[in-house]
Design a protein around this ligand. Structure first.
Ligand code: AMP
Length: 402
């Protein structure tokens, strides 16, 4: 069965076509700058194989409909040989950011499901409308093909009330559904599943701390295979220090800025999401640039690395307390998979808790899952590449088969 996975953003559509029999990627592409003067589409066919081919289109792409149509025409183009026609697709899997409290697992999309996703726009005003655009366009282009929504928040719906409630007036939860939801659920669930296979144990017998460090960063405490706590909250702003997002701060900073710095709530929100985190501390948000700056003696870049890795360590401590016993710690995503310095700095000092890194293994670069802990470490430490597209495709396939 071939599955098309769509991740639709406000001005972009990421797509991947997978052959599920061997889980190979037939095509992987990105439509960018939708609605701008010059749009762009790049698609790589059979990526990473001897038959790899790249197609590029540069032209105005007025809306998601046009973008998706260009993508589908490319995928169906006989010269690339990946798709015989629209009927060749068995299922379409969509990433949907916020499922609120309505969705605990992936769901086949119906009109009622669309209404529920729409209801949750209040919780994700930037993401859910863009995700819905992608769904509507796919429904139009592929009538009759089942469409499945996979929610970023769903994996965390097992978090107990004592961990998801903020200590705010209770009516805010009752009336506005203000609570911690958590994100990156598809990624945390996928790497935890891979980790169980690598450890040769059932996932439901493992306690895992999963650390997703990319542009966005979050940590999840996973008990017997289920999420019991996570660092992101009502929105993906809470928790760890990220590329441009602050993570945890004293909520009184808002009032201070409003009273003393003449900033309105929009400006504060924008600053916390776009100009804070690593970028706020040192002006750079890509960890590769931060290391280069540190090598040149940039003290603020060093501070940014210190603040991020200290926050990571603090959260590991918190989740050790939440879990009681930890079997494995996983690093994943752009920084987690590639940055041995961030990993080593995050783990150093935890030896007294039975968490010890093999520094040589940590320095080796690999695109495959790698064990990073020493033989003496009570807790296994893993670097496991995340694959959200494959995770969405697997979930979608499982659902339509069932
Ligand atoms: P993601 O959101 O998972 O795609 O991660 C993107 C981030 O990963 C980038 O902004 C970089 O900070 C980081 N990153 C990617 N490659 C490397 C690398 N080789 N070394 C360190 N950080 C990296």
């Amino acid at each position: 069965m071939k599955i098309l996975v769509i991740n639709s953003g406000s001005s972009s559509i990421k797509f991947q076509l997978l052959q599920m029999e061997d889980e190979s990627v037939l095509a992987s592409g990105l439509v960018e700058r939708i609605g701008e003067e010059e749009g762009f589409l790049k698609c790589t066919f059979m990526p990473g194989t001897a038959d790899e081919k790249v197609a590029k289109i540069a032209e105005p792409i007025a809306d998601h409909n046009k973008g998706m149509l260009l993508a589908v025409n490319l995928l169906s183009d006989a010269q690339y040989g990946v798709l015989a026609g629209k009927d060749d697709i068995g299922v379409i899997g969509h990433r949907v950011v916020h499922g609120g409290e309505d969705f605990h697992q992936p769901t086949v999309i119906t009109d009622e499901i669309m209404a529920a996703i729409e209801k949750n726009i209040l919780l994700a005003p930037l993401h859910n409308p863009a995700n819905m655009d992608g769904i509507r366009v796919a429904q139009e282009l592929f009538p009759g093909v089942p469409q499945v929504a996979v929610f970023d928040t769903a994996f965390h719906q097992t978090i107990p009330a004592h961990a998801y409630h903020y200590a705010l007036p209770y009516e805010l939860y009752e009336k506005q559904r203000i609570r911690r939801y958590g994100f990156h659920g598809t990624s945390h669930k996928y790497v935890a599943g891979e980790c169980a296979v690598l450890m040769g144990k059932p996932l439901n017998e493992l306690n895992i701390i999963s650390i997703h460090l990319g542009n966005g960063c979050s940590m999840a405490a996973i008990k017997n295979g289920e999420s019991v706590d996570t660092s992101m909250g009502l929105t993906p702003l809470e928790g760890l220090v990220m590329g441009t997002r602050s993570g945890d701060i004293d909520p009184a900073v808002h009032a201070f800025l409003a009273c003393n710095c003449n900033m309105d709530i929009k400006a504060i929100d924008s600053m916390l999401n776009k100009d804070s985190g690593l970028k706020g501390l040192c002006g750079l948000n890509d960890m590769r640039d931060i290391h280069a700056a540190i090598d040149e003696g940039n003290e603020r870049a060093k501070l940014a690395l210190d603040v991020q890795t200290y926050r990571n360590k603090k959260y590991i401590g918190a989740y050790m307390a939440a879990l009681g016993r930890v079997d494995a710690i996983i690093f994943t995503a752009g920084i987690g998979e590639n940055d041995n310095i961030v990993r080593a700095r995050t783990i150093e000092g935890l030896e007294g808790f039975g968490i010890e890194m093999d520094l040589k293994a940590n320095e080796q670069r690999s695109k495959k899952a790698t064990l990073l802990s020493s033989a003496a470490s009570r807790v296994q430490i893993w670097c496991i590449p995340t694959n959200e597209e494959l995770a969405i495709a697997r979930e979608a396939q499982e659902l339509v088969k069932a």
